[in-house]
Design a protein around this ligand. Structure first.
Ligand SMILES: [Ca+2]
Length: 481
């Protein structure tokens, strides 16, 4: 083990010395012809395995499964911060939270990031940009925010997109802009299809379809906390809430207090344990089915409008969710169920790797550089991720990251845990701050992929713990630069 540790230490030194030098050069696809259109589907709180292609029995996702079959479905895709606001700021900025510092309870995203937000770079490269649904990032009240308001753009968006149709979740079912009551899914479907129908072949577009589902909402008008669309009322008949195989009380009882606050171990968690006779939370899966239905409808529209052959389609989620895993709910931990997400990329122009399942660690910080790479736009030096295009077409990466940093830091009091951590093929490490002294986690990926047995207090692992602790702090400092 010692030589591996030395190797990793040296590798980290090399990374630190080199800054965030990209592993791979951009392909410059733009020179080869017309720029592709890009459609990014982003779901909200969808755990990595709640897709048909991963075999989940309650995931009805034929359209996403078809994308996975025709494209590339990453096996080890993670978000670096598992919470809506911060994950979406990472998507927009191409940076870790350590750098963009945006989350719930923080100041708005600094305007210094504005010029290099990927939609702005796409616009400069001639793209039409659109976001339909949930943006979830608020921009600083600076010059750009001021200019955005002056030209009449919504203050949430401040002109970042040519077309911005915000669609909220609270409640899911409400009046659309034509006065008709619709579920958020159906509003998003309608506006995305309208956007596509209005595009022509002269200008490439990037459409972000950002769902509110399957995120939980407050119970309203008896609609329940997972409010489904009418189209899914007959789906999954008689289904029961699936009980996590990690629901053994012994797993929960071994967790430190920092991981069992009421928001994570309360009534919502109970609903995931199969004890609710109404099986209300099966609607989580019906919302996923509804989302897949809308994905199919939007792709059908794109095809009907003549964009089927030159539109790159991506699908992912902003974070995972504990569906009763460890008898918890929520998504804010370093555990797999929080940070791991589905990710599919399909490029109809090159299907040479159709159906492959890369196992490398890929991150949400890689999405912005990937989109720019597809568009043939130079990736800014400020970006901290790397293009995933080589996994989809061209030369498969000869080298790639073998470990990654993650973090969670939210200023909403002490009720949601904060942590930093590092993961590689051998160990998962996390350091939680509980206000007094740090709480450490160290689990062995080879013998304990479910991250159950915490080795942090085992003297035999003291040097491993210290090495990973140092590495996490080094990454935090590196990415803050
Ligand atoms: Ca989310």
């Amino acid at each position: 083990m010692s030589y591996l540790n030395i190797f990793r230490r040296d590798a980290l030194r090399a990374i630190l010395a080199a800054g965030v030098a990209p592993f791979l050069a951009s392909r410059g696809k733009a020179d080869e012809g017309r720029k592709p259109n890009i459609i990014l589907f982003l779901s909200d709180d969808q755990k990595w395995d709640v897709v048909g292609y991963e075999g989940h029995p309650l995931a009805i996702t034929p359209n996403i499964d078809a994308l996975a079959k025709q494209g590339v479905a990453f096996k080890n895709s993670f978000v670096t911060t598992p919470i809506c606001a911060s994950s979406r700021a990472t998507l927009m900025t191409g940076t870790y939270f350590a750098k963009h510092r945006f989350n719930f309870g923080t100041p708005k995203l600094s305007e210094k990031f504005w010029p290099e937000l990927f939609p702005n770079l796409l616009k400069q490269a001639g793209y039409k940009t659109a976001l339909i649904g949930k943006l979830g990032v608020w921009f600083e009240d600076g010059l750009w925010g001021e200019l955005g308001r002056k030209i009449g753009w919504n203050t949430e968006d401040s002109g970042l997109f040519d077309v911005f149709v915000p669609v909220g979740r609270t409640p899911y079912i409400s009046e659309d802009d034509d006065g008709v009551e619709r579920h958020s899914l159906d509003k998003i479907e309608r506006h995305a299809r309208e956007f596509l129908a209005a595009q022509d072949k002269d200008q490439p577009f990037c459409l972000i379809v950002s769902f509110n589902v399957p995120h939980i909402t407050e119970s309203m008008d008896g609609q329940g906390r997972y409010q489904i669309a009418v189209e899914e009322e007959g789906s999954l008949p008689g289904a029961k809430v699936p009980v996590s195989r990690l629901s053994d009380p012994a797993i929960f009882n071994a967790l430190p207090d920092v991981l069992t606050p009421p928001i994570m171990a309360g009534e919502e968690a109970q609903k995931w344990l199969g004890t609710d006779p109404t099986n209300e939370f099966v609607d989580y899966f019906r919302l996923v089915a509804g989302m897949d239905r809308v994905v199919g409808s939007i792709l059908q529209e794109a095809k009907a409008d003549g964009f089927g052959d030159d539109t790159v389609v991506m699908f992912t989620s902003d974070n995972g969710l504990a569906l009763g895993d460890r008898r918890l709910s929520g998504k804010w931990t370093h555990f797999d169920e929080s940070v791991r997400v589905p990710l599919v990329i399909f490029d109809p122009r090159d299907q040479s790797r159709a159906g492959t399942r890369p196992e490398e660690f890929v991150l949400n910080v890689d999405l912005a550089p990937t989109i720019l790479d597809f568009a043939g736009v130079e990736i800014p030096e400020s970006y901290q991720g790397h293009s995933l295009v080589p996994f989809v077409e061209g030369a498969y990466p000869a080298t790639w990251r073998t470990e990654f940093y993650g973090e969670h830091d939210v200023k909403l009091g002490q009720r949601i845990p904060d942590w930093i951590g590092v993961r590689d093929a051998d160990y998962v490490f996390a350091e939680y701050a509980d206000g007094k002294k740090p709480v450490y986690f160290l689990t062995d990926e080879h013998s304990d992929a479910d991250e159950i047995v915490n080795l942090a207090d085992d003297p035999a692992y003291a040097s491993v713990l210290e090495a990973y602790r140092k590495k996490a702090h080094d990454y935090q400092a590196l990415y803050a630069r």
